[in-house]
Design a protein around this ligand. Structure first.
Ligand code: ATP
Ligand code: MG
Length: 256
């Protein structure tokens, strides 16, 4: 296996497609025959419900893992997709930020926990919350690579200086080999001049990092989570599924 096995989708800006991308890339990797663990690290639990796991029926979540109450193996659940497993999340994760504040190795909780299962999966894909707090720091410390989803809009580049600074700090203090593996453009509409000019700006800001295939805006993509399905299972022959399949192929070459 390649050197990039644990990947997180991060951007402190809300609603840019972190969850959509984490779920769908994880599903595409699983379809390609890889054994995948999707880690929901957001108290909103969107990746959990989006892949069809009912939050009410969970005995434990990533919160219990972070505070050391449960192991990953005890908390992982199956999904309806073959090869795709989930470390679920729920609202209790909100408490982790405060509860871990004074704990030893508080930045390494997720890394230490995933270390025990790392060899059992080809890929571990982490969905981050829209914040740069302790939970996101845990994901960046645990990860080999980070992928930044961005909307194709004027304000997209705002906040990226802060995200870059955070990634730099993580490298310096906790995880020297953290790599920026790619920037994923979401809600792409090539008919809009604004989209095209924003794309140029983003390519200048992240030379060589932008994935060749952007993710188009698609109503089907926003419907899929309410059915508990990835886009590749909900609309396998649509443009959204095709785009995520292409991005996943590109990602696999970057990783392996
Ligand atoms: P948060 O910061 O709240 O966790 P996020 O970055 O994870 O948000 P998503 O939840 O993936 O973002 O996407 C935000 C909303 O936009 C969701 O309702 C999602 O279904 C929708 N969405 C994302 N990408 C697309 C797309 N390409 N086409 C249509 N709808 C999309
Ligand atoms: Mg999300």
């Amino acid at each position: 296996m390649g050197k990039y096995r644990i990947l997180c989708f991060a951007n402190q800006k809300g609603g840019v497609g972190k969850t959509t991308s984490a779920v769908n890339v994880a599903a595409c990797l699983a379809r390609a025959g890889k054994k995948v663990l999707l880690v929901d690290a957001d108290p909103q639990g969107n990746a959990t419900s989006g892949i069809g796991v009912s939050k009410r029926e969970l005995e434990s979540t990533v919160y219990d893992v972070l505070i050391g109450q449960k192991t990953v193996a005890e908390t992982v659940v199956e999904t309806s997709a073959k090869n795709l497993f989930l470390l679920p999340s729920g609202i209790d994760l909100v408490g982790a930020e405060l509860e871990l504040a004074d704990e030893a190795r508080r930045e390494y909780r997720l890394k230490d926990a995933l270390e025990q299962v790392r060899e059992q999966y080809d890929y571990i894909i982490i969905d981050c919350p829209p914040a740069l707090g302790l939970v996101t720091i845990n994901t960046l410390v645990a990860a080999d690579g980070v992928i930044i989803p961005l909307l194709c809009e004027y304000y997209s580049l705002e906040g990226l200086t802060q995200l870059n600074a955070t990634i730099g700090q993580i490298r310096k203090r906790y995880n020297a080999h953290l790599e920026l593996l790619g920037v994923l453009l979401n809600m792409y509409d090539g008919r809009l001049n604004l989209t095209v000019s924003v794309l140029e700006e983003i390519k200048k800001f992240f030379p060589g990092k932008v994935f060749r295939t952007p993710i188009p805006r698609s109503v089907r993509m926003s419907e899929a989570p309410s059915h508990g399905l990835s886009i590749v299972d909900y609309e396998p022959h649509g443009k959204g599924a095709a785009a995520y399949a292409a991005v996943t192929r590109e990602l696999m070459t970057r990783c392996e």
